[in-house]
Write a new protein. Structure first.
Length: 138
């Protein structure tokens, strides 16, 4: 994977690259860090977060944002669902993991690969849904 960024930067595109649409549930703080990149990248993982896990369906992302982030103090008791496209050529080298029900599918991207993952994002990260828990502040 080390050569992917070099290949990406040196490739002249005559057609848009094939992309895979992914989703990521995030809390208030992580969304602020994404906004600071002009919605072009995800922030580095914290030491206790060795894996970045984008999910494959909007439904699963909504479930996490609504049922987990809205109850989590570190998320500010707010959950956002983000949608973004990543080059299929990059993400195809990772395995899809099913965690729980069959629709709970996600990629496990090692934190050390996140910079290359961000380089493979096509366009911007969009916020497509927002959920507020009972303890969320304005």
């Amino acid at each position: 994977m080390r050569g992917f960024t070099s290949w990406l930067m040196s490739t002249s595109w005559t057609e848009p690259p094939a992309v895979t649409v992914l989703y990521r549930p995030v809390g208030r703080h992580e969304l602020a860090l994404i906004a600071a990149t002009n919605y072009k990248a995800f922030p580095p993982r914290l030491p206790e977060q060795p894996i970045f896990y984008p999910v494959l369906s909007e439904r699963y992302a909504r479930e996490i944002a609504c049922q987990w982030n809205t109850r989590d103090e570190r998320s500010g008791f707010v959950g956002y669902v983000t949608r973004f496209s990543v080059m299929t050529a990059f993400v195809r080298s990772y395995t899809v993991h099913v965690v729980g029900a069959s629709e709970h599918r996600e990629y496990w991207i090692p934190a050390s690969d996140l910079e290359r993952f961000n380089a493979a994002i096509v366009g911007k990260v969009e916020v497509i849904a927002e959920f507020h828990g009972e303890r969320a502040s304005a």
